[in-house]
Design a protein around this ligand. Structure first.
Ligand code: IDP
Ligand code: MG
Length: 139
């Protein structure tokens, strides 16, 4: 069964390239409601923890370095069928393979610096939301 929440981050390239406003606009125009939002920065330790599931992958060390290279925007989103619908809104991991009009197609620079994160399951959406926000910070 799907829940109605997902978690996203505008990654360092999205922030550094001035795309926060356009990406948030894209997300709300797609029907998502912002439940909690934070402009912050990950230390290498916190970035490593967030992506721990990928620790065996060859790109892990570079990913951790990149994700802690600048500020990010962490956001909890709400919409019916949020996780699946949001994955469709962001497009494929590799922007060259992302469908036209998706956030990664429009704003991502590379397979690593791909503008946004999107949770891949309801369980991970809850874990990732909890990673950034306390209960008191949510509506
Ligand atoms: P996803 O973000 O589309 O769910 P994942 O496979 O979960 O993709 O990978 C997490 C993140 O790791 C990606 O968003 C991207 O930033 C980075 N990444 C994934 N695959 C590669 C790769 O082959 N080279 C470099 N970075 C990668
Ligand atoms: Mg993923």
């Amino acid at each position: 069964m799907s829940t109605n929440r997902t978690f996203t981050m505008i990654k360092p390239d999205g922030v550094q390239n001035g795309h926060i406003g356009a990406i948030l606009n894209h997300i709300t125009q797609a029907g998502f409601t912002i439940i909690a939002m934070k402009y912050t920065r990950l230390t290498t330790e916190r970035a490593g923890e967030f992506y721990a599931v990928h620790s065996a992958r060859p790109f892990y060390n570079d990913l951790v370095k990149y994700m802690s290279s600048g500020p990010i925007v962490a956001v909890i989103l709400e919409k019916e069928n949020a996780v699946e619908d949001f994955r469709n809104v962001i497009g494929a991991t590799d922007p060259t393979k992302a469908e036209k009009g998706t956030i990664r197609n429009l704003y991502a620079k590379s397979i690593e610096a791909n503008a946004v994160h999107g949770s891949d399951s309801d369980e991970n959406a809850a874990i990732e939301g909890n990673f950034f926000f306390s209960m008191l910070e949510r509506f």
